[in-house]
Design a protein around this ligand. Structure first.
Ligand code: ADP
Ligand code: TRP
Length: 320
């Protein structure tokens, strides 16, 4: 069983990313052959500055490694280290119907948000299909927003196989239903686009400040509070033990327990929860050559895999 997923290098990793995606990916390391890559070609579709792209890639690599991605069990690489993916993308594009791309929600959404309708954005799902098909992935863990892209990858693989024989592996998406949507400090879904995130690797003072700004209602200290509608409680749930959670619940219901107290408890738990990851990240930051080297080594592994499939594809379509 081969499991593969990609993530775009944009912004600063937040606890929504961790509980919504990173943790599951790390757990999957025991379940199959894992491939994980940083989708830097895809990131180009929204015009990052070159130095921002470079630093975002490194930032993401450090963060995921610190959070438990093990480069000996996961082929963790940078997409652009395997330029063969562009060749497969081109070949797939020659039988991708324009109408199929026009119906892609993510393209329409991005254009509606004001991004320029460039061809890279338009053919984004084809490059993503190439990512998946090149490494013969069976299972692709993604968020709900990527479901349609997975359908496109499957469609293109079936079309290709129909015409050229059984060459491409038909991938399945894995969309964990039970992964709660982590709320942001304003109570909406946590997302860098809403500016409401709790960054995983903030310094102590900055993190405390963010936690203190979690939005609550204006009940006074002595009033009883409803944990089930409280953002602080919802966030505490992610990091507290069942006993600690129960304790906060009872205190809130009893009154004489202010939001300030709850936020202090949340800050302490969060700070302790991510302590080992922060330590690991600091070590890695002091060892950037090691990180560059492991990306390179893993990239070579991925490239060897890519070459096997691409050879078959070239042969099948008549480029050999
Ligand atoms: P953002 O919304 O901040 O731009 P991304 O779209 O880059 O985050 O998401 C990267 C991964 O993190 C995806 O798998 C996504 O499902 C997950 N994720 C992001 N925000 C949340 C959240 N608030 N709750 C749960 N999972 C999330
Ligand atoms: N489009 C994905 C996202 O924005 C990132 C991605 C690129 C990806 N290629 C992929 C995800 C291949 C899974 C498989 O989240």
């Amino acid at each position: 069983m081969r499991i593969l997923t990609g993530i775009q290098p944009s912004g600063i990793p937040h606890i929504g990313n961790y509980f919504g995606a990173i943790r599951q990916t790390v757990e999957m390391q025991n379940k199959g052959e894992n491939f994980l890559f940083i989708a830097d070609y895809h990131a180009l579709t929204t015009y990052p500055k070159a130095e921002d792209l470079r630093s975002n890639v490194m930032n993401l690599a450090l963060s995921w490694l610190a959070c438990g991605v093990d480069p000996d069990r996961t082929v963790f690489f940078r997409q652009s280290d395997i330029p063969e993916v562009c060749e497969l993308s081109w070949i797939l594009s020659t039988f991708s119907p324009v109408g199929l791309m026009e119906r892609a929600h993510s393209y329409k959404d991005k254009v509606a948000k004001g991004f320029e309708a460039n061809c890279g954005l338009f053919t984004y799902p084809i490059l993503m299909s190439a990512d998946i098909l090149l490494y013969r992935a069976n299972l692709v863990p993604v968020g709900k927003d990527q479901k349609q892209h997975l359908e496109i990858a499957r469609d293109l693989a079936l079309k290709f196989n129909n015409r050229f024989g059984d060459i491409l592996t038909i991938p399945e998406e894995m969309i964990p239903e039970e992964v709660a949507v982590v709320p942001g400090i304003d109570g909406q879904k946590m997302s860098k686009s809403y500016n409401n995130t709790i960054p995983i690797f903030d310094k102590e003072k900055a993190l405390r400040k963010v936690i203190m700004s979690v939005v609550t209602d204006s009940k006074g200290l002595e009033e009883p509070k409803d944990p089930d509608t409280c953002n602080v409680y919802a966030l505490y749930k992610l990091v507290a033990t069942p006993e600690e959670l129960q304790e906060m619940r009872e205190k809130m219901l009893a009154g004489n327990y202010g939001y300030g107290h709850a936020k202090q408890a949340l800050f302490e738990k969060l700070w302790a929860y991510f302590e080992p990851m922060r330590k690991r990240r600091e070590e890695l930051e002091n060892n950037l050559d090691y990180v560059r080297d492991l990306l390179k080594r893993n990239g070579e592994k991925a490239r060897n895999e890519a070459a096997i499939l691409l050879d078959k594809v070239r042969e099948a379509v008549g480029l050999r």
